[in-house]
Ligand binder design. Sequence first.
Ligand code: AMP
Length: 283
Amino acid sequence: MTQLVKSNAELRSAMTGLANNICLVPTMGALHEGHAQLIKVGKQKVGNNGCVVVSDFVNPKQFGKNEDFEKYPRDLEKDLKVAHSAGAHILWAPSVEDVYPGQWPLDEIEDKRFEILEGKSRPGHFAAVVEVVTRLFNIVQPRFAAFGEKDFQQLVFIKDMAKKRNPVVEVLSVPTVREKDGLAMSSRNVYLSSDQRKVAHLIPESIRNATLLASKGKSQSQVIGEVESYLKQSDLIELDYVEILNNDLEKLKINEVGRILIAVKLGNTRLIDNMPIKFKAAS
Ligand code: AMP
């Protein structure tokens, strides 16, 4: 049975006596099959004597003023069920005071890449994500931490942060879990109206199609153009960005495997997705 704990003190007592073989799965709750997959990967990594701790914390600091902090879906009872059926040992739902007990004693990590892609429309978001995950790592002291490729840009920064600040933590990256029609699972999918949900499959299709065209010899700019025109099939979808970068979020070099990353708006709902991409080598 997954144990629900709230304060840091409760967490510490739940972890007492456990071998130092913990995988942390940081989430903002509203758990779905994507989160369940992170738990399962973590469980496999720690083995029978280890422990998977899922944090369930909607971090106010990483939301901008006009973002959805207030209406972000929260359902601790359902989260407990999902965490339990995926095999988590502890679901930790701390308060803001538990996570932010005092002044931030560390030097801020600065990174120009905080301002690209998601960072363009979400200023301060990644600095806040890196801070909160550092704080979660410091409280839980895990050996492993599982993150989804769904938030690829975030994953890159978390790996860098762990190397710098918590080198004992091995960051596990978990491929994106999708709905039957290909839409990446996301806690924000519940915001979609039925009309918006019906056309949302165009998002993963547009980038999957792009990966095929790349493998057949189309150039980066041709591929980007194809994504733009593919999405024009629905006037409910507004493209924010589609970019192709390498796995360090820098310019893709010839013969490198990279990522195609996309963000769109359907009404007020912002959705992101990404896939690996490799261009056919020039002959
Ligand atoms: P969130 O609760 O949305 O902040 O996500 C918590 C963690 O779950 C992050 O590491 C996400 O990348 C990961 N995640 C969210 N959706 C998916 C998905 N569809 N597939 C895999 N991982 C996911």
